[in-house]
Design a protein around this ligand. Structure first.
Ligand SMILES: Cc1ncc(COP(=O)(O)O)c(C=O)c1O
Length: 408
């Protein structure tokens, strides 16, 4: 049925009206965007009193003052226009210097594109390359953005499951074995959301080297790169491999400096890839928020002790929550090495979604069910420790006796 149909009578007109009203007008690719399970929980929590949220995916710690001041100063100086499309030149220089030093790598500003958060960086990378016939290897569980973006553009997702028993570590052999003729890219995220797993240097190196050898892209979401609790150095794709031809690294200020709402991130890759993404960026968000980019310069060039202070706080919370999960009946935990999440298992047959909903109703603690993050983890729950030790303790003071009463 087209839109310029001949209407033969009132019955036909009625039928057409109904057809137009009910037929989805959205592009079919919109089907790839899942209905977020968390939405139901958050809506319910909003109607309740005295809810403790261990569901939050953004830092609860305050943004350091010198960063806020730089944002306000930029506004007051009238910096309210667009920046250059690749980003504020001062920020590009600051990012170049910062990354070149951190990973002892010769970068130029042409290797960097400033985006509206790591979200836009991953959006550009994935949607500019996903296409029918191209397969993307995605860790399961993983951040909920990747698979829908790949599928919306006709790409195929092949999940590589990780398991709680080994702290949700990614076995590079599993990735390499999964590579086939259609494999176009591997998507990495370490420290991982939702598991907090930090992949060691050998894992990243092995995957990057093998992918470079086979002509496969590696997209690495490194937003939690500073939130590493037990390692001296963070293993990034930028310090593995000889060139950037097969690598795109996405990151942002959101987590490291508690700047999630300021919306500045970036992607680092070969100059050729950045040139392409820069054009696409102009047709999506044009530029990132200008005063926030000034705040970003202050973040990178200012005193870095704020990061150590914040990481120490997250580490203390990590240690507490690991302990509390261990004391909780029917929950199997592990020690996440980074980020601010732990993803304990429930018994195999327990539906995490049902349990999370009941837990919210009956204890007033809000967490995120595992099925929001993939296919292999319906019996898991994500707890965020972006909450104070007092809140975490109070949440488990409710959860532990409640779990004792469950009969699975
Ligand atoms: C793994 C991961 N990537 C990206 C983002 C979004 O980052 P940004 O605020 O920089 O867009 C998040 C936020 O929760 C995340 O957990």
């Amino acid at each position: 049925m087209g839109t310029g149909e001949n209407v033969t009578g009132p019955g036909e007109a009625k039928r057409l009206f109904k057809y137009r009203k009910t037929k989805a007008r959205w592009h079919p690719s919109m089907q790839a965007i899942p209905v977020p399970g968390i939405r139901r929980m958050v809506n319910m929590a909003a109607e309740m009193e005295n809810v403790i949220h261990l569901s939050i995916g953004q830092p609860d710690l305050p943004t350091p003052k010198h960063i806020i001041d730089a944002n306000i100063d930029a506004l007051q100086a009238g910096q309210t226009g667009y920046t250059m499309d690749a980003g504020l030149p001062e920020l590009l220089v600051a990012l170049r210097d910062y990354y070149s030093k951190r990973y002892e790598r010769d970068l130029t500003t042409d290797n960097i594109l400033v985006t509206s958060g790591a979200t836009e960086a991953m959006y550009l990378a994935l949607s500019a390359t996903a296409a029918p016939g191209r397969q993307f290897l995605v860790v399961d569980p993983s951040f909920l953005l990747y698979a829908p973006l790949i599928r919306m553009n006709g790409g195929e997702v092949k999940y590589i499951p990780t398991r709680r028993e080994n702290g949700h570590q990614l076995d590079p052999d599993d990735v390499i074995k999964a590579i086939g003729l259609r494999t176009f890219a591997v998507v990495l995220n370490s420290p991982n959301n939702p598991t907090g797993a930090v992949y060691p240097q050998q894992t990243i190196e092995r995957i990057v080297e093998e992918c470079a050898y086979r002509g496969i892209q590696v997209y690495s979401d490194e937003v939690y790169d500073h939130m590493v609790f037990d390692e001296e150095k963070y293993p990034s794709v930028l310090n593995c491999g000889v060139d950037l031809d097969h690598v795109m690294c996405a990151s942002s200020f959101s987590k490291t400096y508690s700047m999630a709402g300021l919306r500045v991130g970036w992607v680092i890759s070969s100059q050729g890839a950045i040139k392409k993404l820069r054009r696409y960026h102009m047709f999506t968000t044009s530029v990132a928020n200008t005063p926030s980019q000034y705040a970003g310069v202050a973040a990178l060039t200012g005193d870095q002790s704020c990061i150590t202070d914040m990481v120490n706080i997250y580490r203390e919370r990590r240690d507490l929550i690991v302990d509390l999960v261990e004391q909780t009946p029917y929950m199997e935990g592990y020690k996440p090495g980074g980020g601010f999440y732990i993803f304990p298992d429930l018994p195999q047959h327990v539906d995490g979604s049902d349990l999370a909903l009941r837990m919210l109703k009956e204890t007033g603690v809000c967490v995120v069910p595992g099925d929001a993050f993939g296919e292999s983890c319906t019996n898991a729950l994500r707890f965020s420790f972006s909450a104070s030790c007092e809140q975490i303790q109070a949440a488990f003071d409710r959860i532990i006796p409640w779990m004792h009463k469950q009969k699975f």
